[in-house]
Design a protein around this ligand. Structure first.
Ligand SMILES: [Zn+2]
Ligand SMILES: [Zn+2]
Length: 322
């Protein structure tokens, strides 16, 4: 076997191997509560591994993200450590209030005790989480206000570990936080959540790996980097409307609802030539304050207030675009 074909095979094998490894790491980490020592350590480990994979399996259309690194770091910290907590504070009282005071209470609490054995709860969690996220993500492309928030995730010019969490916090919470709060309120077994949630999270995170890793048959089950890259293509495939491949973790919802797109040549998935804002009209936004405030129409007032203040890199005001 030549070195070249051995390398190619390794690019096919690395994806399932990493999925299994990350899954084991998450499971063990949760069981031993490692999060107490370094919150989100398992996610940080996945991101660090993705960066290494990007260096080994270099992608031929890779675009340097160095000029937006400060924005990326801020977005990562906010969505990893702040968005979930704030969303919980805002949404949990509402989620708890309605079942407490209205008709659904009895039904939900009654069902909580009768959600069935763990082996049944696991697929129920996997299917409901991924179906919710698929449709939320589709709406984030088709409903104008949601697109105003989500569009910043689509202005990145390449998929890389560093921009996995580049999203407006509200956009991020709608797709990635709320459904898990709902699961908690419904009262699934902690063991079922422990088994199911890593399976939904790992492929969602790893889908942003910028390395030239091959999904093979996994492309039809999981949202691999090969699948998610087409979701970010600057040229939306013809006939696909706003975009394709809306799944966050599993690609079978796209296959079922007719939004899956992955062209192949000789059994190998092809790549989009350019990643960026659909249609290509808008460049990436390097200013995190703009990403955060422009869609809420708050950038004008806040930038007026902060005019006199020196801002750290990544938050600085930029000359306004013409
Ligand atoms: Zn999207
Ligand atoms: Zn993405």
């Amino acid at each position: 076997m030549t070195n070249k074909s051995a390398f190619y095979i390794s690019s096919l094998v690395i994806v399932p191997v990493l999925f299994v490894l990350f899954y084991a790491v998450r499971f063990v980490g949760r069981v031993y509560a490692v999060d107490q020592w370094l919150p989100k350590w398992d996610t940080l480990l996945i991101l660090a591994t993705m960066i290494v994979v990007e260096r080994i399996y270099t992608y031929r259309y890779a675009v340097s993200q160095r000029s937006v690194l400060a924005r990326d770091l801020i977005a990562n910290v906010v969505n990893l450590y702040v968005t979930g907590a704030v969303t919980g504070m805002v949404v949990l009282p509402v989620l708890l209030f309605f079942p407490e005071h209205f008709l659904a209470r009895k039904a939900i609490l009654a069902s909580a005790g009768q959600l069935g054995p763990v082996w049944l709860q696991v697929p129920v969690i996997l299917l409901s989480v991924s179906l919710f996220r698929y449709w939320m993500h589709r709406w984030q492309h088709s409903i104008a206000f949601l697109w105003a928030l989500h569009s910043y995730h689509h202005r990145v010019t390449d998929l890389q570990a560093t921009n996995t969490y580049v999203s407006h916090p509200i956009d991020f919470a709608l797709r990635n936080v709320i459904i898990f709060l709902v699961l908690g309120v419904i009262g699934f077994s902690p063991l079922a959540i422990l088994i199911a949630v890593p399976a939904t999270n790992i492929s969602g995170i790893f889908s942003h790996c910028g390395g030239d890793v091959k999904g093979g048959l996994l492309n039809y089950l999981f949202v691999t980097p090969e699948v998610h890259r087409w979701h970010h293509s600057a040229n939306v495939p013809e006939g696909y409307g706003h975009s394709c491949n809306y799944g966050v973790e599993f690609s079978f919802w796209d296959i079922l609802f007719g939004t899956f797109y992955l062209p192949e040549k000789n059994g190998v998935a092809e790549s989009p030539e350019r990643i960026g804002y659909p249609g290509g009209q808008l460049p990436d936004e390097s200013n995190y304050l703009k990403l955060l405030l422009v869609p809420l129409k708050l950038y004008g007032p806040v930038s007026w207030l902060t005019q006199a203040l020196p801002m750290p890199k990544g938050l600085e005001r930029q000359p306004s675009a013409k």
